[in-house]
Design a protein around this ligand. Structure first.
Ligand code: ADP
Ligand code: MG
Length: 360
């Protein structure tokens, strides 16, 4: 079902991403490390899951979920539990073969076709064993949250990745990230300080749908659901929601259920508001100024000088260095991007739905 609002898990449920799916698949086969980048709700998890579903040894871990469940600090216990869950939900016959190979590792107990990890599990022994089973992929969705792992965060985790990279040719890694700059910072392949400095990796960026594709997507979804919808309504929906599949899916889902354009639009914007407000709350915890800067940009105060004036009128003086770092962080988190108009740098909010909500 195209309009199913959960992440898709199979290629046939995914609209128009053949090229991206093939790209991810060949990246995983050919490179020890693959990054999948793209803004929230563009389809990264869906594409990753569809690819893993077609490969045998794909182990999927949702790091964002891990982060929230762990209360903000991911320990070995949390990671072990997540790996246990992922391995127990692998497909047969690979699962059985893999699990029986894990028997003699410290901190792992096997009963029948189920495996149980304790916090004492040695991740490097686990990786070594995985390597002996043929191609195994460890996929970490929203991997930038791994900076909250262990005592030294990223270093500890990446040291393990570096070890696998250097010694375990059958183990490959996939990292996805909505906060593109943060994922780059986390992985740090061009950062001398990073344990995986200089390693070879491949990057696949998932772009929003074009206007044409967005329209075809909605048409295809309505046709599949057997619901007739006026062409103008489809176009208007795309005008408001842009090309981010996540919003288009929500719209289609509600339209099919409620049978009314206005109601469906109201629902999708309400849901978007809930999601975006939650994300803004997270930002606000870092500093309320992040939200003020976004507000300024959404209202069209999008050049350096006007952003500064807008923020200062509401929260007092802000040093240039501070504003620069806020803009840089917002860019790293994929909220905004710089554009050049009339030889002048302006900032733009990436997602039109987010822009609309912040503006209110
Ligand atoms: P991300 O991981 O990038 O945040 P998801 O994979 O969770 O995005 O996708 C967001 C929503 O959009 C989900 O409901 C998913 O089913 C839907 N979706 C994304 N891309 C497509 C696509 N190409 N075809 C159909 N549905 C899609
Ligand atoms: Mg995702």
């Amino acid at each position: 079902m195209l309009f199913d609002p959960r992440p898709k898990e199979k290629r046939e449920d995914i609209f128009d991403r053949e090229k991206e799916i093939d790209e991810i698949e060949s990246a995983i086969r050919d490179y020890p490390i693959t990054l999948i980048l793209g803004i929230r709700r563009v389809g990264k998890s869906s594409l990753l899951k569809a690819v893993l579903n077609e490969m045998e040894g794909g182990i999927y871990i949702d790091v964002r979920k891990l982060y929230f469940e762990s209360g903000g600090w991911i320990t070995n216990v949390h990671l072990a539990k997540a790996l246990e869950e992922a391995i127990n939900s692998l497909k047969e016959p690979f699962k059985r073969i893999l699990i029986s190979s894990l028997k003699s590792i410290e901190g792992i107990s096997v009963s029948g076709v189920k495996v149980r990890f304790t916090h004492r599990v040695s991740l490097s022994s686990l990786l070594e064993r995985l390597n002996e089973q043929g191609e195994v992929i460890l996929a970490f969705d929203e991997a930038q949250y791994l900076k909250f792992y262990g005592k030294s965060g990223r270093k500890e985790f990446l040291a393990m990745v570096a070890y696998a990279y250097d010694n375990l040719p059958n183990v490959s890694f996939v990292f996805t990230g909505s906060e593109v700059g943060l994922l780059h910072d986390f992985v740090g392949v061009s950062d001398y300080d990073s344990p995986i400095y200089g390693r070879v990796y491949r990057e696949v960026t998932i772009e929003p749908f074009s206007r044409e594709t967005s329209i075809s997507f909605l048409r295809a979804g309505f046709e599949e659901a057997g619901v007739e919808v006026k062409e103008e309504e489809i176009k208007e929906a795309v005008d408001v929601l842009g090309g981010i599949p996540g919003w288009l899916v929500e719209f289609g889902y509600h339209y099919v259920k409620l049978g009314s354009f206005e109601e469906a639009m109201r629902m999708v914007l309400k849901r978007a508001e809930e999601l975006v407000k939650g994300e803004l709350e997270e930002l606000k915890k870092r500093s309320p100024r992040y939200v003020l800067v976004l507000k300024a940009i959404s209202l069209g105060f999008n050049r350096w000088k006007s952003i500064k004036e807008f923020v200062e009128a509401r929260s007092g003086r802000i040093p240039n260095s501070r504003l620069a770092s806020i803009l840089e962080n917002l860019q790293n988190m994929s909220w905004i991007r710089p554009v050049f108009e009339d030889n002048e740098k302006r900032y733009k909010i990436l997602d039109p739905v987010v822009e609309r909500i912040i503006k209110e």
